[in-house]
Design a protein around this ligand. Structure first.
Ligand code: FES
Length: 179
């Protein structure tokens, strides 16, 4: 039996420099304030989701207890605790979007992608989620994918977006790089 090498999650030097820069923006002893930004980085660098091992690493980096990281990572829906597709489509299903047909948008995406909400396509391209208000109520129905919003959705727009993503499998960045 082949024994696999164990590679614990570790940020690159470049990323560590970014983490230090962010932590340095807060007063001494308040490094926990950097937690959400560092979790975004970890999610982007370690495969799009946060394992217990990754969360423990972040706790270690910020010198806080693992439970403080778990509390935050499990509270916010923007953090994934299990693998997701390259493109995570989050369709707003709060009141104003529902009034403008969000339920039809979700149904259309389910049918087009062949998955239900909270599922991922077999090819690993798409995960479909529904989300609470994303703050673009005036452009309903809408969805978020990575750092981009797609608004006033119609079946035609969804077709064009999904087709384009399928042809160009570069995941959108969920985290904006820091200089
Ligand atoms: S209700 Fe959908 S963005 Fe606000």
């Amino acid at each position: 039996m082949e024994i696999m090498a164990y590679n614990p999650p570790r940020f690159s030097e470049e990323r560590l420099a970014q983490v230090r820069k962010i932590v340095g923006q807060f007063p001494e002893g308040r490094q926990k304030s950097a937690l959400i930004r560092v979790l975004h980085m970890a999610q982007e660098d370690f495969g799009g989701h946060l394992t217990a091992e990754v969360m423990d690493y972040v706790a270690d980096l910020l010198a806080i207890s693992p439970i403080e990281v778990y509390e935050v990572a499990t509270f916010y829906t923007m953090f994934n605790l299990k693998p997701v597709g390259k493109y995570m489509l989050e369709v707003c299903h709060t009141g104003p979007c529902m009034l403008r047909g969000a339920d039809k948008t979700i149904a259309y995406l389910q049918q087009k992608l062949g998955i239900k909400v909270n599922e991922t396509t077999e090819d690993g391209f798409f995960t479909l989620k529904s989300a609470e208000c994303l703050g673009a109520c005036g452009y309903a129905p809408m969805m978020q994918c990575g750092e981009h919003y797609y608004e006033n959705l119609t079946e035609e727009k969804i077709d064009a977006l999904v087709d384009a993503w399928q042809k160009q499998p570069v995941p959108p960045k969920a985290w904006e790089k820091i200089d």
